[in-house]
Design a protein around this ligand. Sequence first.
Ligand code: GLN
Length: 292
Amino acid sequence: MEFEKIFQDIPAHVKALHGKGEVASYIPALACIPGDKFGMALHTVSGDCFSTGDSEERFSIQSISKVFTLSLAMGFEGDSLWRRVGREPSGNPFNSLIQLEYEKGIPRNPLINAGALVISDVLVSNLDDPKKALLDHMRVLSGCFDINFDSEVARSQAQTGFINRALANFLKGNNNLFNDVDEVLDLYFHQCAIAMSCSELANASLHLANHGFSKAMDESILTTEQTKRMNSLMLTCGLYDAVGEFAFRVGLPAKSGVGGGIIAVLPGVYSVAVWSPALEASGNSLAGAAAL
Ligand code: GLN
């Protein structure tokens, strides 16, 4: 594929979308980010890298973190994990309360907020310092050891995260959260507040295109089977209630976040990360999805 040419052409195409969509203002610390920022980076399994625009600027990875916490949790829990969280697309907003009540506290999948809270609970149960373990994981996977939490974003989410708090309490009330609600929420708000660039995210996701083998770590961090499952979950659940439309238009396993980032992989070939903060109604980057 002629990635070099494609990467030269993409910025002109997405320019038409500038001014459209809305930055996620429900998290106050994200409201001030210019909506028309745009960056993209693609890393191939054979070692080539392509990028354009603001690909080195760090942004809040938000729900993209759900892929990486799930990957850690898969290492702790075998198939028993799937008794606590399902594997079906939700067809509902990422923070739906009504679906969780309807389904008696078993979240539809690990890539919506309720499911990700269960995964955070698994990490709190199994790790002495889950925030540090997650940061270390992101650092070694991306090869960038200064990756950190944006503490202002984490604080902003904690101050305004009333719906996430409701989801966590509902899970607890249904015996699907074993640790202290505040401790689980603290991890969740911090994982969403990790700041990374497109280049760093593309590198950190490359193992998903490479049967679970991380070149940065020179080891397999997921088995081939776990990698296949992760990619299946991303394809069916990675963009919330817009996932069918995205699969129809793009056709790649992907995960979005309300910071405007999306990661995607073409198994066996490449990983790609794109960032543009203005979102469509389901909370996915408008220009990012168009670029992909
Ligand atoms: N921190 C965000 C929230 O919980 C993550 C959601 C997202 O990126 N879709 O609302």
